[in-house]
Design a protein around this ligand. Structure first.
Ligand SMILES: Cc1cc2nc3c(=O)[nH]c(=O)nc-3n(C[C@H](O)[C@H](O)[C@H](O)COP(=O)(O)OP(=O)(O)OC[C@H]3O[C@@H](n4cnc5c(N)ncnc54)[C@H](O)[C@@H]3O)c2cc1C
Length: 323
């Protein structure tokens, strides 16, 4: 049976949830097209965590357990993946489109001269078992359907948050792989790593989103978010100019929100951005332009100047002003 692989990302044994989203989707495709779904799990001490992974759709969890794989390292991870691919010759390898997933998929695509569908928001196969996916394209105005033609293994990175994590009751096998290769990094060795302040906003219940209309005044946005008990997200230009980390960028090349409430401040509503808010519950936007395209995606559009509205809202929430 041909194999459909999913790279399971982890750091210090903590599994990246978006990898499990991809694995759950892979299982659905495996059942439909007759693939054996294999989770590829690299790390340090990960053998003990294989159960946690396998239940999300794998029929096999292939583990490479080595202290030097504790943190993601381009050189070592790509070396291991290349060896595994050469040994087992999978039909397809899927990655979550995280920073590490994108890095690794790109390296493998170059090594095997494979087709890579980057940042897909849907996945399927055609009758020749060529991988087909939708990618927002041409400035986000269309969702282009793209496919890998004949290259094997065919590769895709999947936008986090577009598929659901599922659990399956079927059994799976855990196989520890000893590749017989030295796993000593030649170029860079990570000695220690401190956790940053990264928040996974794809799971936040409430998000206040800053667009360019906020002028990058993250202090104002963060104050409002704090009073609302919400997390903060941004449109891409704000991440591009560095006023906010890329991790909290929303949209087709960022995070897809599933929050119950999204309060969107000064974002125009470009398709690349709105693809990241389509699964939100209540969407309230503030924009000085009553005709801004974001209107189409909003339950309520408040027309006004952010620099008047935010301070008033803050005062109201602090109980310093009456509505
Ligand atoms: C390949 C590619 C991928 C992309 N991926 C993403 C992505 O993942 N996420 C993303 O966000 N973008 C992405 N983009 C960029 C996207 O196309 C838009 O350029 C971007 O979303 C616009 O950001 P914005 O709405 O914050 O800024 P703008 O488009 O500049 O909009 C600012 C809005 O603020 C309003 N405004 C200004 N001042 C005020 C004020 N004082 N009070 C109230 N309202 C005000 C304006 O009326 C305007 O509507 C991508 C682009 C490309 C080409």
């Amino acid at each position: 049976m041909e194999e459909l692989w999913v790279f399971i990302e982890q750091d210090e044994g903590e599994v990246e949830e978006s990898s499990l989203e991809v694995l759950s989707k892979a299982r659905e495709l495996g059942d439909k097209y007759g693939f054996e779904v294999v989770a590829i799990f690299l790390g340090d001490g990960v053998k003990n965590k294989a159960e946690e992974v396998g239940k999300h759709g794998a029929s096999k969890v292939l583990v490479v357990d080595n202290p030097n794989l504790r943190h993601y390292n381009s050189e070592l991870y790509s070396k291991v993946m290349e060896k595994l691919i050469m040994k087992y010759n999978p039909n397809t390898v899927l990655f979550s489109a995280t920073r590490n997933g994108r890095d690794l998929a790109g390296r493998i695509a170059v090594k095997f001269k494979s087709g890579l569908l980057a940042h897909v928001i849907s996945l399927d196969f055609d009758e020749s078992k060529d991988l087909v996916g939708k990618v927002p394209g041409f400035g986000g105005n269309i969702a282009a359907v793209v496919k890998c033609i004949e290259s094997r293994p065919q590769l895709a990175t999947v936008t986090p948050g577009v598929f659901e994590i599922k659990e399956y009751k079927s059994t799976f096998e855990v196989i520890e792989e000893d590749l017989g290769v030295e796993l000593e990094p030649k170029n860079i060795k990570i000695l220690s790593k401190e956790k940053g302040e990264y928040i996974d906003i794809s799971k936040s219940e409430k998000v206040v989103v800053a667009g360019m209309g906020t002028g990058g005044r993250m202090d104002l946005v963060e104050e409002l978010a704090k009073l609302l008990g919400a997390d903060v997200g941004v449109t891409r230009p704000l991440a591009d100019i560095g006023v906010a980390p890329r991790d909290i960028q929303i949209g087709s090349t960022g995070v897809t929100l599933k929050s119950k409430l999204a309060l969107i401040l000064g974002a125009s509503g470009a398709p690349h951005f709105t693809s990241g808010i389509k699964d939100c519950g209540l969407v309230i936007t503030v924009n000085k332009d009553p005709e801004a395209p974001i209107k189409e995606y909003s339950d309520y559009l408040v027309v006004g100047d952010i620099f008047e509205i935010i301070p008033r809202l803050v005062k109201l929430l602090r109980g310093e002003e009456n509505a």
